[in-house]
Design a protein around this ligand. Sequence first.
Ligand code: HEC
Length: 102
Amino acid sequence: MRVGRIGIWIVLGMVMGALACSTAIPRVGPADAERTGLSMDTLLAGRDIYITKCSGCHVLYAPQEYPDHAWLDQVMAMKVKALISERDVELILAYVRGMNGA
Ligand code: HEC
């Protein structure tokens, strides 16, 4: 099958797009638990809640996009929009701050 020059760029674009999406919201591993001093359960629950409760209105922001203090401001600002509990806030913050590399 001949894909042609334009076809290759389209395929490449789709591959890059898929890669960008899968790296934006990093997965949690045992090394992250060790590094942050948080349990895997906490980090996994935080990631889960972040994805389910925060993706309804806009694309998810990668943890690396904000330092710790900015994440606190952002999540507090979104708390009313996303209708999440205090516990959800804590778990989301544990995840995004644990994974932002700060
Ligand atoms: C009901 C819709 C809605 C939900 C749910 C929601 N957001 Fe937002 N979010 C917005 C809107 C609208 C904006 C842009 C305007 C603003 O900043 O208020 C925004 C902006 C943001 C920004 C970027 C602000 C900036 O300075 O550019 C971040 C970060 C963010 N949201 C995080 C979250 C997180 C974390 C959650 C989950 C707790 C969440 N959002 C859930 C509507 C929502």
